[in-house]
Structures are given as structure tokens and as C-alpha cells.
Design a protein around this ligand. Structure first.
Ligand SMILES: Nc1nc2c(ncn2[C@@H]2O[C@H](COP(=O)(O)OP(=O)(O)O)[C@@H](O)[C@H]2O)c(=O)[nH]1
Ligand SMILES: Nc1ncnc2c1ncn2[C@@H]1O[C@H](COP(=O)(O)OP(=O)(O)O)[C@@H](O)[C@H]1O
Length: 198
């Protein structure tokens, strides 16, 4: 039998994907599992290798891509990011719903695969609010902040493509955004809970 449908969370950097994801993973510890991506960017304070990302060199990552070990990969803001087959398999082996946090290029590439996830875009109420949140997060240099803001503008434009996402969540009030996320996932959550009982 096919396992539960994976979930893709996409949207501009700073829109609130990680914040929503962390709440979901905490509230439904056994139901959802995070697809740990590879990246060539430097870890931020508090980020754990193997949990938040697999932090790797560009050479290492390219080698694994060439060996066919990735489902998708993309260049974002000067760094390489990608989902390995192993990352998704590790979650599916636990019979958990696999959640991917990927950019819009990743969304388009995943559409060409057999993964068949639910596609959700998390978006900020405005570019101004996005900028404020990114600044307040204090993770970026001025240069990487500007790169993220221009990528955000592109993302918001491309996201308008009809049918690209199953749901767009405007993350204004966090609790409201989280409720919307839970609501769309309710059916998959129930199915997974049921399958645990049988
Ligand atoms: N295509 C793709 N994008 C990814 C992957 N992992 C993370 N990203 C995206 O890369 C972008 C930058 O992520 P990150 O450096 O963690 O910054 P943040 O989104 O501002 O916290 C975000 O849009 C992520 O969704 C991946 O495996 N594949
Ligand atoms: N609804 C919200 N209202 C105010 N601040 C928020 C909200 N959602 C997220 N944030 C804050 O905005 C920043 C960016 O959120 P984050 O989850 O890191 O975004 P992403 O993972 O999409 O890059 C974080 O500092 C986070 O605490």
C-alpha cells in the first residue's frame, strides 16, 4: 500500500515556513517527519547538522548529485540546496508523513517526480513585513538579506501560476496560519493515526 502523502512547504525566505513546521513537528511528533535537506550554506547558531540540514561542501554535494542520490536540487541565494532520496526514505521508513521545506525551483522539480505531495505556499502579508521579519531574525548579512528579498519577489510572482499550489497560507497571525495548515492536513493526519491502530 502507498504510504501517506508527503507535504511540501514552500514560499519566500522569512515567510514563516520553519516556524510553522516546528510547531507541527512538535504537536504531531510521531505523525510527521522532516526531510533533512543538504545545503552548502554555513550553519546558523543553534542549527544542528543532520537535524536542520546536512551541511556539506559544494564538492561533496555535487558528487552525490552526480551519483544520482538527489530527488531535486537548486541554487538559492548563492548556495546549493537539495533533497536526497535518503532524506525522504528515512521518514517514509517510519511510516510518517514526510514534510519538505523547499524553494519554488524545488516545487517545480518535484512536480516532475512520482512523489505526489500536497503543495503549500506560505507567504508574508507584504514584502515590507517580510523584510522586517528577516531583519529581526538577525540571521542574514545585508547582502544575503537583499538576495533573499529579490528571490522573494520572484517567488511571489511565480507562485501565482494557477494550480502550482494546493493552498496558499498568508502568515499574518501565526496561530491563524497554523490552524489553516492543520486543517488542510487533517485528513492525512487522521489516516496516519488510523493506520497506526490497525
Ligand atoms: N530546492 C530546494 N530548496 C530548499 C531545500 N532546502 C531548503 N530549501 C530552500 O532554500 C531556501 C533558503 O533556506 P535557508 O537558507 O534555510 O533560509 P531561510 O528559508 O531564510 O530560513 C528556502 O526557500 C528553503 O525552502 C531543498 O532541499 N531543495
Ligand atoms: N506570524 C508571524 N508573525 C510575526 N513573526 C513571525 C510570524 N511567523 C514567523 N515569524 C518570525 O519571522 C521570522 C522568519 O520566520 P521563519 O520561520 O524563519 O521563516 P522561513 O523558514 O520561511 O524562512 C522568524 O524570526 C519568525 O520568528
Amino acid at each position: 500500500m502507498q504510504g501517506p502523502r508527503p507535504v511540501v512547504l514552500s514560499g519566500p525566505s522569512g515567510a514563516g515556513k520553519s516556524t510553522l513546521l516546528k510547531k507541527l513537528l512538535k504537536d504531531y511528533e510521531n505523525i510527521f517527519g522532516f526531510s533533512v535537506s543538504h545545503t552548502t550554506r554555513q550553519p546558523r547558531p543553534g542549527e544542528v547538522n543532520g537535524k536542520d540540514y546536512h551541511f556539506v561542501s559544494r564538492e561533496e554535494m555535487q558528487k552525490e548529485i552526480d551519483a544520482g542520490e538527489f530527488i531535486e536540487h537548486a541554487e538559492f541565494s548563492g548556495n546549493m540546496y537539495g533533497t536526497s532520496k535518503g532524506a525522504v526514505q528515512a521518514v517514509q521508513a517510519q511510516n510518517q508523513i514526510c514534510v519538505l521545506d523547499i524553494d519554488i525551483q524545488g516545487v517545480k522539480n518535484i512536480k516532475r517526480t512520482e512523489l505526489n505531495p500536497i503543495y503549500i505556499s506560505v507567504q508574508p502579508p507584504s514584502i515590507e513585513i517580510l523584510e522586517k521579519r528577516l531583519r529581526d531574525r538577525k540571521t542574514e548579512t545585508e547582502e544575503s538579506l537583499q538576495k533573499r528579498l529579490s528571490a522573494a519577489r520572484v517567488d511571489l510572482e511565480l507562485s501565482k501560476e494557477p494550480g502550482l499550489f494546493d493552498l496558499v497560507i498568508i502568515n499574518d497571525d501565526l496561530e491563524k496560519a497554523y490552524s489553516e495548515l492543520k486543517e488542510v492536513l487533517l485528513e492525512e493526519i487522521k489516516k496516519t493515526e488510523e493506520s497506526r491502530k490497525s
